[in-house]
Design a protein around this ligand. Structure first.
Ligand code: NAD
Length: 299
């Protein structure tokens, strides 16, 4: 029996509609939610991610401040740009598109963004808040995945979730959120040091692949009826495609026949990531509006 498709596109439209309503309410209060999007260099994949984020912001009635810097921009110059954005009251969220050029330390850049504008949840303070379950932004891709599981009533409590990948933006935060009491999953994280990967993946009630390896999860690695979440976005050369490449996930599409639930690529996790980013910008703008109202009342 074919799997239930976890339709991220459909759910993201619902979330984006609610974001649009909240943006309009904030505008009525004189605050137009705005995300500064900083891109260093001209990597084509990064350019296309930035464009789709800016389009999503515009569609939701929000503003984007588009800052494109040349590849040779120094770390010092980039930090100065971020500092200006931190101080700019019209900007509520700051996103520095990764990867940054090799001569720039990504950790330093992530730590330079003011935590109250860190809508990507990359700053050490944001990560600490998430791990300690304190108020703060949740990381967009893991949060989007959890929203998707919730929407389709995929049971996480008591489930064994196996995550492939230990990155700071997907694997680690996803594992952290899944062990919260409200999700209550038991988590295994696999990575390049894992021996006999299939031994682990076959135990997964929920299998989450974020390795960046095209179609490498095959049906024989998946338990019958498992929920399979494909986070991978890989460009593979394809001369028959107009752009010369096609996008595929980490999971072979034939896994759909064996899985109980399945996220397509594209149209699964990707749109959820953007929806949760918009949602974080609204949260940041709402917090700014509340703080401004409070300040006004006491001055
Ligand atoms: P990454 O690219 O930084 O690292 C890959 C991780 O996978 C590493 O932790 C590594 O240990 C692990 N890994 C690689 N090969 C493996 C193997 N053969 N067996 C076991 N583990 C292996 O990770 P990332 O930044 O999380 O990105 C992973 C993929 O997810 C990429 O394709 C990326 O484009 C995609 N991604 C998608 C979204 C989205 O919104 N859908 C968001 C972020 C990342």
């Amino acid at each position: 029996m074919a799997a239930v498709i976890l339709d991220g596109k459909k759910l993201s439209i619902k979330i984006r509609e609610s974001v649009k309503t909240k943006a309009a309410l904030l505008k009525e209060k004189g605050v137009t939610p705005c995300l500064a999007v900083v891109l260093v260099g001209d990597d084509p994949a990064s350019l296309s991610y930035v464009k789709s984020k800016e389009k999503a912001l515009a569609d939701a009635g929000m503003e984007s401040l588009d800052i494109k810097l040349p590849q040779e921009t120094s770390e010092e110059a980039l930090l100065a740009v971020i500092e200006d954005l931190n101080k700019n009251d019209k900007v509520h969220g700051i996103l520095v598109q990764s990867p940054v050029p090799k001569h720039i330390n990504e950790e330093t850049v992530n730590s330079a963004v003011a935590p109250e504008k860190d809508v990507d949840c990359f700053h050490p303070v944001s990560v600490g808040n998430m791990v300690l379950e304190r108020p703060g932004f949740l990381p967009c891709t893991p949060h989007g995945i959890l929203m998707l599981l919730n929407e389709y009533n995929v049971k996480t409590s008591g489930a064994h979730a196996v995550i492939i990948g230990r990155s700071n933006i997907v694997g680690k935060p996803l594992a952290n959120l899944l062990i919260r009491r409200n999700y209550n999953a038991t988590v295994t994280i696999c990575h390049t040091g894992t021996e006999n990967l299939a031994k682990h993946t076959l135990q997964a009630d929920i299998l989450m692949a974020a390795a960046g390896k095209p179609c490498f999860i095959k049906p024989e690695m998946v338990k019958e009826g498992a929920a399979v979440i494909d986070v991978g976005i890989n460009r593979v050369p394809d001369i028959s495609a107009q752009k010369g490449y096609r996008v595929c996930g980490d999971v072979d599409p034939s896994v759909e026949q064996k899985a109980g639930y399945f996220t397509p690529v594209p149209g699964g996790v990707g749109p959820m990531t953007i929806a949760m980013l918009l949602s974080n910008v609204i949260e940041a703008a709402a917090a700014f509006a509340a703080k401004s109202a409070c300040t006004a009342a006491y001055t």
